[in-house]
Design a binder for this molecule. Structure first.
Ligand code: CU
Length: 541
C-alpha cells in the first residue's frame, strides 16, 4: 500500500454530516501541509505537498480488472478536493467484491467482452461514451440512447481495440460539458501482447511506475466543491478553470526512484489545452512519447514538449535513471498563445468584438495559455534499474492514404455559433454518409479567424496524414515533411486544429456490426460540442 492510498479514508455515509441522495459514499482525501489559494501558477513550488492520487485496489481511480458484468452508477458524491472542505462532485461508482470504487479505472484485455449496467442516479439524463473504443452505435452514447434520470442502460460490446489508454465520460446532448466537468470521467485501459511485452521489458507496475495522469482545470467554490458556472461567453468559447487538478489532486507531489516511469497523460479538461514539458532546474528535459490516443507507436519518439488538447492522450517515458536523490522534476504546461483569434471577427448582435475569448478565461495568472506547474516529482530513492527502452514497441502498419474523393470539413464560426460545414447538431440529421468498409480521407480545415478545435471521431480510430498551415508554436514540433508532431503519430481519435490549419486524416470504415450505424463527429472543447459543434455521420451497409 503506497503513501497516497493510506491517506485516503473511505468512511460510511454516517460520517460527518448530511448524507447525499442515493447513499453516496463519503471520501476523505487527507492532504498534508497548508493549502492556500487553489491556483497553481508557476513559481508556487513550496505549495506542491499533496500526495498525487494514484490508482490502487479500491477507492477513487481504483483499478478494476474487468472479468464479468459490472454494475456502475453515475451519482453525486462528497469528495474533499481541498483540505478541510467537504467538496462535492459527480462520479461513477462501483461496489464490487466488498470494495467501493469512485471513477474506477477499467482494465480490460483486448478481445474480451465488456458489459456494464449503468444506473443513472443523477437528476438529469446521462449516457457513457467509451472514448476511443470501436463500438457500435448502440454502445456509443448517441443522444438517441440517452438514459433518463432514475433509469438504467446495458452496455455490452467486445473490446476490439488494441492496447491503449482510452477513457470514459458522459455524453448527453447539451449536458456533456457540465457533467464531465463536475467529475464524471476515468480511464479505460486495454492491454494486449505488445503491451504486456513493454510492461515486462521496463518492469512497469500500474499505479507505481506506470501512472495515469488526468489533467483538469476546475473552479472550486468556497466549500471546495467543483463549480460549473460558465457565463454566456464561456458557454460559447469554452470554460477554463483556475484550480489545476491532476488525478483530482491540487498541487500534487509524487515521489520517484531512479528508474524509467511511464505517464499516461489524459487531457480531461473541458476547454484548456496544455503545452506539456518536463523540466529540472528550469531546464527542459527530454522524454519519449511511446503512445498516443490509440496505443503504442512503432518506436519511442524523443520530444521536449507536446501540445495536448481536450480528449487527447499521450504516453511518455521519463528516464530518471541518472537523476540524483533530492532532484526535483516538474511536469509543466509552458506558456503559449491560445489563439483566440475569433476575437478578430466583426461585431455581431451588438456584442463588442474584443470581448470574446479572454474575458473570464480562468483565474488571474491562469488565463488560457498561461504557464502552469502541474506535478512535482521528487526523486526520493536510489534504485538499481537498468532496463533499456525496447527499440520496437509495436508493429504498426503505415497510414494508408485513401483512394476515393477527399471529404472536406470546414470549422468556423458564423452567426455566433461554432459550426462544421455550416451546421450545428441535429439529432435526426446525418449530413455525412459513408459506406461500410470504405477507406476515406477527410480534410479538416480550421478558419483563420477561429480558435483551436480538438476534433473527435466516434466509432473508429484514424491516422493523421498531414498537418498544413501550422502556427509558429506548432510548426517547430513537426517531425516529418507532413508536418506531424509526435502527438499526431499512431492511431488517433482526437486531433487538434489550430486556427488556419488544415489536417488530413485517413479513415477505414470497416466494422463487424449489423445494419446502418450513426456516429458523432465533434469538437472536444466540450462547450463547443454542447453548443452544437457536432454532426452525425452514418455508416451504411
Ligand atoms: Cu471547438
Amino acid at each position: 500500500m503506497n503513501e497516497t492510498r493510506r491517506n485516503i479514508l473511505l468512511a460510511s455515509a454516517a460520517v460527518g454530516g448530511v448524507a447525499l441522495a442515493g447513499g453516496a459514499a463519503w471520501w476523505y482525501l487527507r492532504t498534508t501541509g497548508e493549502q492556500h489559494a487553489p491556483g497553481a501558477a508557476a513559481g508556487d513550488a513550496g505549495l506542491f505537498v499533496n500526495p498525487l492520487l494514484v490508482p490502487g485496489a479500491s477507492g477513487p481511480l481504483g483499478v478494476i480488472d474487468v472479468k464479468g458484468p459490472l454494475a456502475m452508477s453515475a451519482r453525486a458524491a462528497q469528495f474533499p478536493i481541498l483540505k478541510g472542505k467537504p467538496g462535492r462532485l459527480l462520479a461513477y461508482q462501483v461496489e464490487q467484491g466488498g470494495k467501493s470504487f469512485v471513477n474506477p479505472i477499467f482494465r480490460v484485455q483486448s478481445g474480451a467482452q465488456f458489459s456494464a449496467r449503468l444506473e443513472n442516479a443523477l437528476d438529469e439524463p446521462t449516457i457513457v461514451h467509451w472514448h476511443g473504443l470501436k463500438v457500435d452505435a448502440r454502445n456509443d452514447a448517441h443522444p438517441q440512447f440517452q438514459v433518463a434520470a432514475g433509469a438504467a442502460y446495458e452496455y455490452r460490446f467486445p473490446v476490439a481495440n488494441r492496447a491503449g489508454t482510452y477513457w470514459y465520460h458522459p455524453h448527453p446532448h447539451r449536458l456533456t460539458a457540465k457533467q464531465a466537468y463536475l467529475g464524471l470521467a476515468s480511464f479505460f485501459i486495454v492491454e494486449d501482447h505488445e503491451e504486456r511485452a513493454l510492461q515486462k521489458a521496463l518492469d512497469l507496475g500500474f499505479g507505481a511506475s506506470d501512472i495515469p495522469l488526468v489533467i483538469q482545470d476546475k473552479n472550486l467554490d468556497s466549500y471546495g466543491a467543483l463549480s460549473y458556472a460558465p457565463d454566456d461567453e464561456q458557454k460559447v468559447n469554452g470554460y477554463v478553470g483556475g484550480d489545476l487538478l491532476v488525478n483530482l489532486t491540487p498541487r500534487p507531489r509524487f515521489e520517484a526512484a531512479t528508474r524509467i516511469y511511464r505517464f499516461r497523460i489524459l487531457n480531461g479538461s473541458n476547454a484548456r489545452i496544455y503545452r506539456l514539458a518536463f523540466a529540472k532546474g528550469g531546464e527542459p528535459l527530454e522524454c519519449h512519447v511511446i503512445a498516443t490516443d490509440g496505443g503504442l507507436l512503432e518506436s519511442a519518439v524523443k520530444v521536449r514538449e507536446a501540445f495536448l488538447s481536450p480528449g487527447e492522450r499521450v504516453e511518455v517515458l521519463l528516464d530518471l535513471r541518472s537523476a540524483r536523490v533530492g532532484d526535483t522534476v516538474w511536469l509543466k504546461s509552458l506558456a503559449f498563445d491560445p489563439m483566440h483569434l475569433e476575437m478578430e471577427m466583426p461585431m455581431e448582435h451588438g456584442a463588442p468584438a474584443g470581448h470574446a475569448g479572454m474575458a473570464g478565461m480562468g483565474a488571474p495568472g491562469l488565463a488560457d495559455g498561461a504557464a502552469i506547474d502541474l506535478l512535482r516529482i521528487d526523486v526520493a530513492r536510489k534504485l538499481a534499474y537498468d532496463r533499456p527502452v525496447p527499440a520496437v514497441l509495436s508493429r504498426l502498419a503505415p497510414a494508408q492514404p485513401g483512394t476515393g474523393e477527399v471529404r472536406k470539413f470546414a470549422l468556423e464560426r458564423t452567426e455566433d455559433r461554432w459550426r462544421i460545414n455550416g451546421r450545428t447538431f441535429e439529432t435526426d440529421e446525418a449530413p455525412v454518409t459513408v459506406h461500410r468498409g470504405a477507406a476515406e480521407v477527410w480534410e479538416l480545415r480550421n478558419a483563420a479567424r477561429s480558435m483551436p478545435h480538438p476534433m473527435h471521431l466516434h466509432g473508429f480510430n484514424f491516422r493523421v496524414l498531414e498537418r498544413r498551415g501550422s502556427p509558429a508554436q506548432q510548426e517547430p514540433l513537426a517531425l516529418n515533411a507532413q508536418g506531424l508532431a509526435a502527438t499526431d503519430l499512431g492511431w488517433k481519435d482526437t486531433v487538434l486544429l489550430w486556427p488556419g490549419e488544415t489536417v488530413r486524416i485517413a479513415l477505414d470504415f470497416s466494422h463487424s456490426w449489423s445494419g446502418d450505424q450513426t456516429f458523432l463527429f465533434h469538437c472536444h472543447n466540450l462547450e463547443h460540442e454542447d453548443e452544437g459543434m457536432m454532426i452525425n455521420f452514418k455508416v451504411q451497409g
